[in-house]
Design a protein. Structure first.
Length: 269
């Protein structure tokens, strides 16, 4: 049985490990999972919500995103979508820029964006605005975080800056479902880099209160990231000035050199 594309879908956060979010996209009956690093957490969530798994979507090869796939496949014979430029043996549908992951049970179409940087073949998934006008969804893996970006384990600063630029070009109301609860530590760094940013001050207050109440800070929105995330704001004069005052950037540096210096500062923050 298939659903029409406008069938109402929800996103359920499944916490795992110390700070991962595994995402279940579901309609109350069927579910697709994004980056299931922990099979048991997903199996428990499926049972608790009486959902049947119908697809697996992977953003990159790291074990905390892929580790649960073999066990899930023992329970459910489902397609595994993933990046064509990474060696993940469980992938059955390899995807790259512009491809579409289609899950018929949910009427779900996800457009793929190549976002190398954290890993060489990292991809992100975008669900476009629904026919009812619901905001688009971005599943960004470890590329764009709430208030930050992933470490550059395999890619270059230029690649990551370009990847983040692609994501920043999505509609402002796009909901950003990243894979980790790193927000408060990211925002502490953002505040050190751009202390005069009033939108950032407001976000810190709101997200701090959320965490004190045990609530997730994710999803954020593209608009919020553009207003407060230093890795989308590395061309801003205030951030460039902070880098220079800290002795981390020459006065004649290029934008990519500024991005690289910012990421290095965060690594050691």
């Amino acid at each position: 049985m298939t659903h029409s594309p406008e069938h109402a879908l929800s996103v359920l956060a499944v916490p795992a490990f110390a700070d991962n979010y595994l995402w279940l996209i579901h309609d109350g009956r069927h579910a697709a999972v994004v980056d299931p690093g922990d099979a048991m957490a997903i199996l428990d969530a499926l049972q608790a919500h009486q959902l049947t798994l119908c697809a697996i979507l992977l953003t990159h090869h790291h074990a905390d995103h892929t580790g649960g796939v073999p066990e899930l496949l023992q329970h459910f014979a489902v397609p595994v979508f993933g990046p064509r430029n990474e060696a993940i043996t469980t992938i059955t549908q390899a995807l790259g820029e512009g491809d579409v992951a289609y899950v018929p049970e949910l009427g779900l179409q996800m457009t793929v964006i190549d976002v190398p940087g954290h890993t060489k073949g990292h991809i992100a998934y975008v669900r476009q605005r629904s026919e009812q006008g619901d905001a688009p969804w971005l599943f960004s893996g470890d590329t764009l975080f709430a208030g930050g970006c992933g470490r550059l384990f395999e890619g270059t600063p230029g690649q990551m800056a370009d990847s983040l630029g692609k994501l920043a070009a999505l509609p402002d109301d796009t909901e950003v479902f990243c894979a980790h609860e790193y927000t408060l530590s990211n925002l502490r760094f953002a505040n050190a880099v751009e202390p005069g940013n009033l939108a950032l001050q407001e976000r810190i207050a709101i997200d701090t209160e959320k965490r004190q109440q045990g609530l997730s800070t994710v999803p954020s929105t593209i608009a919020m990231e553009k207003a407060t995330n230093p890795f989308l704001r590395y061309r801003e004069p205030a951030i460039l000035n902070s880098l220079k005052v800290e002795g981390k950037l020459a006065s004649d540096a290029s934008p990519v050199e500024a991005f690289a210096a910012l990421r290095m500062w965060k690594n050691n923050f």
